[in-house]
Design a protein around this ligand. Sequence first.
Ligand code: AMP
Ligand code: MN
Ligand code: MN
Ligand code: MN
Length: 287
Amino acid sequence: MRIDLHTHSDRSDGTSTPTALVEEAAEAGIDVLALTDHDTATGWDEAAAAAADAGIAFVPGMEISCEHAGRAVHLLAYWPDPSYGPLAAELRRVLEGRDGRTPRIVERLRAHGIDIDTDLVARHGRDAAAIGRPHVADALVSLGVVRNRDQAFDQWLSPGRPGYVERYAPEVEEMIRIVGDAGGVTVIAHPWGRRDHSDLMLEGLARLQGHGLAGVEVDHQDHGPEQRAELRRIAAELDLVVTGSSDHHGTGKLDHELGCNTTAPEEYERLRSLALRATPVPEARRP
Ligand code: AMP
Ligand code: MN
Ligand code: MN
Ligand code: MN
């Protein structure tokens, strides 16, 4: 049983359509696949239909851009009702923040003599509901400014680089609550992926658990073997669900092949039963 609970399609910054992603997952021997595009559920229907055709189980998810202690945190949400008012409103706000950021990034890059415009970024974002820096990176590659997304982030788009612009992100505590009210469950994505993760050690994770957090993504390419062991120990102490996943982005990110990390079946079952037990507020649909 191979379970991959974190992947992206071209509805955000992955490079495959939801259908192609599901077909690739089936070919890679994945039995359970979650689509977790950034801040959008727009790929769910297509992916669910493709999964039914391919004979694999589909988990509707999303990776929500949040903030915690003033820093970016990615929150994986599984089985929430995306039409639940407060969730839909927050996602709209995040997507508007993304759309408002692109022209400001473009303006900064133009001030550095790069002949980029928002139309070019939009062409690279084509079917994406969540336009992001990776699409700006693809535009820079097409202009010959950089070789790949990695170099674009290193030289232009990361914090402290000339093209970096902040955008709106909700507080993670608040989002954990909203996703729970929407009938979903939450898992912190790659909690120790960034250099300073002092706010996501035992105490910080325990506090988030108090707000309803169900699990942590332990097996992720951004975590080394020692980090995985330590994070697994903390998760066991707190009784948090442990997940593992590829964070696949198609050709948009190297070394994140489908199924390169997987979630243990018993951990997946825990997550599923927590979602079934989550009591959505009256206006939210059941998962
Ligand atoms: P954004 O959400 O638009 O601010 O962009 C952040 C996204 O860019 C993350 O979700 C990553 O998937 C992607 N990203 C960050 N660094 C890199 C990199 N060095 N190469 C490729 N993609 C990256
Ligand atoms: Mn991404
Ligand atoms: Mn992420
Ligand atoms: Mn991701």
